[in-house]
Design a protein around this ligand. Sequence first.
Ligand SMILES: Nc1ncnc2c1ncn2[C@@H]1O[C@H](COP(=O)(O)OP(=O)(O)O)[C@@H](O)[C@H]1O
Ligand SMILES: [Mg+2]
Length: 224
Amino acid sequence: MNIVYVEKVSKEYQLGATVVKALKGVDLAVEGGEFMAIVGPSGSGKSTLLNLIGCIEKPTAGIVKVDGVDVVNLSSNELAVIRAGKLGFIFQTFNLLPVLTVAENVEYPLHLKPVGSKEKKERVDSVLKEVGLERFSAHKPAELSGGQRQRVAIARALVGSPSIILADEPTANLDHKTGTGILELMRGINKKFGTTFIFSTHDQKIVTMADRVVELRDGERAGD
Ligand SMILES: Nc1ncnc2c1ncn2[C@@H]1O[C@H](COP(=O)(O)OP(=O)(O)O)[C@@H](O)[C@H]1O
Ligand SMILES: [Mg+2]
């Protein structure tokens, strides 16, 4: 069984009087444990595809299955359960909450889970150690570099032990060396825990680290 299965998916946005076709019949099957990249020019539909897989948006047509569950017709409560139980998210702009400490940011996704406070702390400590930031747990995001902030975001994505992590251009706001370090960290987590990673990127050098590359162009699969 595929951990992610997308068939003939399209997504249209109504923008005033015009319809924007962000995805036009995309198929994608991902196996558990894959470390795969989605590439393509700006506007080609990468974020839209990740948001559909991440149960953040619903397709206009087509099938989206996450870990065997058809998510297209689920209620927003049911989708929230899937997001909290199976998915982790990493964004280009890190999306940390500035008023919270590093540890509080990482703990945040556990609010939705029936996890006791002792176990919460153990999980937060463990994932912060995984990303090499255990000494920074009491700091605020503003006190960290871009690379460190993205490591916090990776720890936050990991804390719920998701089977899939979706990363939308996770290195776009980082210099090349820092970005490569972030990809190496993600790769290490993929190997150690078997977590499936689907990331979008513009960075050709980073693409070479992926098991597989899927190209989007103008809302369609290209080049394979
Ligand atoms: N919420 C939205 N409303 C209207 N148009 C959107 C929205 N989100 C994305 N689009 C459009 O859909 C297309 C694909 O966007 P996106 O998935 O963000 O591409 P990428 O991530 O590859 O840059 C673009 O034309 C974009 O302008
Ligand atoms: Mg995008």
